[in-house]
Design a protein around this ligand. Structure first.
Ligand SMILES: N[C@@H](CCC(=O)N[C@@H](CS)C(=O)NCC(=O)O)C(=O)O
Length: 213
């Protein structure tokens, strides 16, 4: 059985969305955020204290983009994966990592230094700089790629690369950065949200009882 440790709308949402798209059976452990402080016994499971953690027998994974790739390929190729040898294999891996390393990373600095830190530790200049850094990459990366009218980022279909980038758009929306989506990105984000897998994942986290310590 696959077990996913998750906080609502945290990066582990990528994994939950993938599980629902693939309709894999799983157990969801919903933790308060940040678990490092609010559920310290979680450190016994993941000493980093971060979310996600996926447990699959002896396999333990803590990187959300890697987990989506693992789920999409662990039992063989799926519609959400792109195989080596496919002309879009490189693009697929690139978008998969772009969602986390290029888009989500600067957003988390905005989250931390605009919202999470106590007021006296906030850094408006750093938050504004990283908001612009993220916005520029969104315009020159995702928006430019979608400008040719494609629905999804690569391989002419929805894949975990779209889940990785789609999650960055979810986070941007919750940070109040969604109003600055270029129109092609706003349309793409609407397509992501209209997927049954996305809706089921949202419902699953809403229905999950909180994990007890
Ligand atoms: N690169 C990792 C980052 C994991 C990460 O930092 N997760 C955040 C939640 S979105 C977290 O657990 N923060 C709480 C903490 O660091 O204590 C991934 O993509 O999964």
């Amino acid at each position: 059985m696959l077990t996913l440790y998750h906080c609502a709308d945290a990066r582990s949402f990528r994994c939950l969305w993938t599980l629902e798209e693939l309709r894999l059976p799983y157990e969801l452990k919903l933790l308060p955020f940040p678990p490092r402080w609010r559920q310290p016994d979680y450190l016994a499971q993941n000493p980093l204290g971060t979310i996600p953690l996926l447990v699959d027998g002896e396999v333990r994974m803590t990187e959300s983009a890697a987990i989506t790739q693992y789920l999409a390929t662990r039992d063989g190729p799926t519609a959400l994966s792109v195989a080596p040898g496919d002309p879009d294999y490189g693009a697929w891996l690139n978008w998969l990592h772009h969602g986390e390393a290029t888009l989500t990373f600067p957003q988390t600095l905005v989250l931390r230094y605009r919202r999470l830190e106590p007021v006296e530790r906030r850094l408006p200049q750093a938050a504004d700089d990283y908001a612009r850094w993220y916005q520029k990459r969104l315009e020159e990366g995702v928006a430019r790629a979608l400008a040719d009218g494609r629905d999804w980022l690569c391989a002419d279909r929805f894949t975990v690369a779209d889940i990785s980038v789609g999650y960055a758009l979810l986070l941007a929306s919750s940070l109040g950065l969604g109003g600055e989506f270029p129109p092609v990105v706003a349309d793409y984000w609407a397509r992501c949200q209209s997927r049954d897998g996305f809706r089921r994942a949202k419902q699953a986290q809403a229905d999950a009882p909180p994990a007890t310590g």
